[in-house]
Design a protein around this ligand. Structure first.
Ligand SMILES: [Zn+2]
Length: 183
């Protein structure tokens, strides 16, 4: 039997306290969150292997999609994609969200927009390091001037201006975006 995306969606509806298929009576229908419900699917996929693992749940709208033919999952080489540059998402932001899943482009755009808006009102926190220190594995303990601290900026251009204002050369810096609690 070939399981369809619609059937998985139906199963998700049942697990989350939504509608059950016509004619079905269920006395103790579960009311799981979407994440909990998808972990049931995941168990059936990865552990029991009774469901194909191509089914994924969108991180934005919780819709089930067939990753063989639709949707997008951020992978370790996504950061190279020009599309992110076009929408103003830096390679660091992309890397920080490896594994995020979207049923379509609209949901992915919404994801980045929400992330930006839920932060400190369109502001990201960047942790800024001396580039040489940051990239050198042999220097275990930071010396003076190796860590420049946290900067709140709207984007990398703003961050660079802030660094220049502080007398720090951005070309000699490396930074990470600090993200809190957005799975
Ligand atoms: Zn979606």
């Amino acid at each position: 039997m070939k399981i369809t995306t619609e059937q998985i969606q139906e199963f998700m509806d049942m697990l989350t306290g939504g509608e059950v298929p016509e004619g079905m009576q269920m006395e103790d229908q579960p009311e799981l969150s979407y994440k909990q419900a998808f972990s049931v699917i995941w168990y059936l996929q990865e552990h029991l292997r009774v469901l194909p693992d191509k089914f994924e749940m969108c991180d934005v709208c919780n819709t089930i999609f067939d990753n063989d033919s639709e949707g997008y999952i951020i992978s370790d080489d996504s950061a190279e994609d020009d599309w992110y540059k076009e929408i103003g998402v830096s390679a660091e932001m992309v890397k920080a969200h490896e594994g995020a899943r979207f049923c379509n482009e609209g949901c992915e755009r919404r994801f980045w927009r929400n992330l930006r808006n839920n932060g400190n009102s369109s502001v990201w926190t960047y942790k800024v390091w001396n580039k040489a220190f940051y990239e050198s594995a042999s220097q275990v303990f930071p010396g003076e001037g190796d860590y420049h601290g946290e900067f709140k900026a709207k984007n990398e251009t703003d961050l660079m201006y802030m660094l220049i204002e502080k007398g720090i050369d951005p070309a000699l810096c490396a930074w990470e975006i600090e993200l809190k609690g957005n799975g």
